[in-house]
Write a new protein. Structure first.
Length: 132
């Protein structure tokens, strides 16, 4: 079973793989996993652990400002439309650890709905040790 909402799957992944007090979640514009996307975003406060830190980022400089944090793991959440629009996720800094819907799936279905699906991607900062 996979949730249809990409945010729910991303939240489940963060909760299952990381301790909230040990993580910083950075998110691109309109990519907060704890807030629905669209014209009327709704915050999913029920799922937000109080000790979890999360910050919006708009540029590579915003992302790099958090690199000095060595006490916590850094995760970056970016929806597929932001990646396609050129949001700066550099491979030398990040490794993809989660994808709510793999691109290969769309090649199998053939029903052309991938343009409307805003897949959520989670990247982990490479200098952090992987938790799994």
């Amino acid at each position: 079973f996979k949730p249809a909402d990409p945010d729910t799957a991303a939240i489940k992944y963060i909760h299952s793989q990381y301790r909230p007090d040990n993580v910083i979640v950075l998110y691109a514009n309109n990519s907060n996993p704890f807030q629905s996307s669209g014209p009327n975003p709704v915050c999913k406060k029920f799922y937000v652990p109080p000790e979890l830190e999360f910050y919006p980022v708009k540029s590579q400089e915003d992302i790099e400002a958090h690199f000095s944090r060595k006490d916590k793991l850094i995760l970056l959440c970016v929806r597929e439309p932001q990646l396609n629009a050129g949001f700066p996720v550099q491979d030398e800094h990040f490794v993809k650890v989660f994808e709510s819907m793999p691109k290969e799936y769309f090649h199998l279905t053939g029903n052309n709905w991938e343009k409307e699906y805003e897949a959520m991607n989670i990247f982990q900062f490479r200098s952090c040790r992987l938790m799994f």
